[in-house]
Design a protein around this ligand. Structure first.
Ligand code: IVH
Length: 671
């Protein structure tokens, strides 16, 4: 093939794949088999590999992700991302109408839409290509999440047609479809990970993940509902949405009744009532309806308040509520010993799911609502998967019912519960003898941010504990193949994997071991600071209160907790034995070599992309040499270490405050 033939072939494949992608992910109406689609994609990948000079940044082959973002750049929005005024009743909508009718002449036409409960996003297109995607942030500036957004299949990388403006922004919402969210939680349950509370937060966490390849697998979806730009070729909002649909965006369609033109309040309420009833049937969460003035000219006349457009308002649905009988109150013991009361309910259908249990939070909550076993209670489902009891039907109470007596002893180990001043929850103090706490310690130890032991999950710990094989962290390291093989779901391969994971964990650096052993209040960051300051466990163990608080970020509360931890004989014993097993209890040679206090007292901001170091390496180097790393530029910043593509807003701020900007070579010289 000649170069121009290759170029043409690439263009043709790109166009075809884009169209098929649209048919599949936006219209849900595929017109080729998966196999044929994969073949086309493969062909394109191959051509792009052979002729990288023709590979477009927005090629459909880029959907799989792979690029890793260490820190998302903050970028100023071209148009501020405003919010909407909220309303909860018909009266408030009537008020809204009265208000806006005073601002313009003539009839007003409205457009009703769903209020998607996801993550707001603004995407810019230049010459039909996706160039940038920003989160809402504080409304004035957001995070640049372009690489992650490019993996979302319903968001076009290149537009269809040719009647789009040279440059415009489109806004909408990114969300995790309900079925995808449920599947994700099923998987997590299987591997014993804590479940995600709701789809919205999960979507918001996903879109900020560093590895775009993981984002690509999460099956995020989108709806877009707002086009912005100069001299847009539309007269009405409705027209803008319809046209954006033709360009390849996933927009609400009238066919699904996701968008509707309305002439008056009655029609608006028909739409609201319809979706209030039907919202459970949607495969995504909505929390209300948005009502917008359709005509652009009228919108312009109405204008904005400081926070929101005057031409639009949100109507929020009430959380769904049902009444059911409280059968029993049981108590759960968490891994830290915290007690959570749980209401066991007569099963009842709420927001499309059968509810059997609800959280009661703590003793105060029970007392405040005077909740008693046998009561008819109101259960509500907010954004979370766990519903809550919001009230009691007092008129239906049994005359012999008695106020709830909160438990005084741990339901798991029968130790007397404690409650410290200011704590809402009761605690079981039997740290070393209470099963959920024992398991909790081990589960924390193996968790990803701690020892990150391959082949060991929360559920496996549960299984090992129940089989009587482990009672503490140390026991994990004494597990044998012979003990493990007879267990359920333990084949040769998983056993080998588990044992290897444990062996490998002996190389995990000191700071993470320090985090993993589970000293109260010693989180990831504090563990790092302690490790850097004291360099080995003996120094930490021997440190007095005064010595502890001289370390960076170690306050009274943490220092006391550390002293308390090492005053317990079992803890000291455990550490000695873990040390003998070969776990890391001091900084490595290399870490020691790289430490100094050359940067003591200096604060750095790191921005851009570097060639000598990764961004994390740079930050580590700063900290290892006694400096501080900060995320934003302020008067306290001494230096900005700037790589390529440093954000323009950061540059501006730096110049404004007169902060010195250095490159990585200059930084290297400093240490
Ligand atoms: S229009 C200038 N339409 O709700 C206002 N917003 O509470 C433009 N939202 O910030 C927003 N669904 O993130 C609009 N159909 C919809 C929406 C919607 C959800 C979000 C959006 C907005 C927030 C306000």
């Amino acid at each position: 093939m000649t170069a121009s033939e290759v170029k043409e072939k690439i263009q043709q494949l790109t166009q075809e794949i884009t169209q098929h992608n649209y048919n599949y992910y936006v219209l849900s109406n595929p017109t080729v088999s998966d196999y044929d689609f994969d073949m086309m994609l493969e062909q394109l990948i191959k051509l792009e590999q052979e002729y990288p000079e023709f590979a477009d940044e927005n090629s459909p082959t880029k959907r799989v992700g792979g690029q890793v973002t260490k820190e998302f750049e903050t970028v100023k929005h071209k148009y501020p991302m405003l919010s909407l005024g909220n309303s909860y009743s018909k009266e408030e909508i009537v008020d809204f109408e009265t208000r806006i009718k005073k601002l313009v002449d003539g009839e007003i036409e409205y457009v009703c839409e769903l209020k998607y409960d996801g993550v707001a996003i603004g995407i810019t297109y230049v010459n039909g290509k996706l160039t940038r995607a920003l989160t809402r942030g504080d409304g004035t500036q957001g995070d640049d999440i372009t690489t992650n957004v490019k993996t979302i299949k319903s968001i076009p990388l290149q537009l269809m047609g040719n009647d789009f403006p040279n440059e415009f922004e489109i806004r909408g919402e990114i969300f995790l479809p309900k079925n995808v969210f449920e599947e994700l939680n099923r998987e997590r349950e299987e591997i014993g990970e804590q479940l995600y509370a709701n789809a919205r937060n999960t979507a918001s966490g996903t879109i900020k993940m560093q590895d775009s390849a993981v984002v690509a697998q999460r099956k995020l979806d989108s709806y877009l509902y707002f086009v912005l730009g100069e001299n847009l070729p539309f007269k009405t909002h409705y027209e803008s949405i319809e046209t954006a649909g033709k360009w390849g965006f996933k927009v609400p369609s009238a066919k699904d009744n996701f968008i509707k033109k309305c002439k008056n309040i009655d029609e608006i309420f028909e739409f609201i009532n319809y979706w209030d009833k039907k919202r459970n049937e949607l495969n995504f969460d909505i929390d209300g309806v948005v009502i917008k003035v359709n005509n652009y000219r009228q919108q312009e006349e109405m204008g904005f308040t400081a926070k929101s457009p005057k031409w639009a308002i949100a109507y929020k649905f009430k959380a769904e509520q049902v009444k059911t009988k409280l059968l029993e109150i049981t108590y759960q013991v968490g891994r830290t010993g915290a007690i959570t009361p749980v209401a066991n309910l007569q099963p009842v259908l709420l927001a499309g799911t059968m509810v059997k249990r609800a959280s009661l939070h703590n003793a105060d909550q029970i007392e405040k609502l005077d909740i008693r076993v046998g009561d008819w209670v109101f259960v509500e489902k907010g954004g979370e998967i766990i519903p809550k009891i919001v009230g009691v039907e007092a008129t239906q109470r049994d005359i012999f019912s008695q106020p709830t007596q909160y438990i005084t002893h741990c339901p798991e180990c029968n130790t007397k519960l404690e409650r410290t001043e200011g704590d809402a929850k009761h605690f079981c103090p039997n740290e070393w003898g209470c099963p959920p706490q024992i398991k909790g310690k081990m589960q924390h130890f193996i968790s990803r941010k701690a020892m990150n032991i391959d082949g060991l999950g929360e559920e496996t710990i549960e299984q090992l504990y129940n089989a009587g094989l482990v009672k503490n962290i140390l026991d994990l390291y004494h597990l044998t193949k012979e003990q493990l093989l007879p267990l359920e779901r333990m084949a040769e391969k998983s056993v080998n994997n588990l044992l290897k994971g444990l062996e490998d964990s002996k190389k995990v650096p000191f700071e993470r071991v320090l985090f993993a052993i589970g000293i109260r209040y010693v989180g990831e960051t504090v563990a790092k600071k302690l490790a850097r300051h004291f360099k080995n466990i003996d120094a930490v163990m021997q440190a007095s209160f005064e010595e502890l608080i001289t370390a960076d970020e170690i306050g009274d509360k943490i220092a006391e907790s550390i002293l308390q931890f090492f005053s317990v004989q079992e803890n000291k014993q455990m550490i000695m034995e873990l040390k003998n097993l070969g776990l890391q209890f001091s900084l490595s040679e290399q870490q020691l070599e790289n430490t100094s206090d050359k940067l003591a007292g200096l604060t750095f901001v790191v921005s851009g992309v570097f060639s000598l170091f990764s961004r994390d390496e740079l930050k580590n180097l700063i900290e290892q040499n006694g400096g501080k790393v900060s995320g934003s530029i302020s008067k306290k910043t001494n230096y900005i270490v700037a790589g390529e593509n440093m954000g323009p807003s950061k540059l501006e701020k730096a110049n404004e405050l007169g902060v010195a900007i250095i490159d990585e070579q200059q930084f290297s010289a400093m240490i």
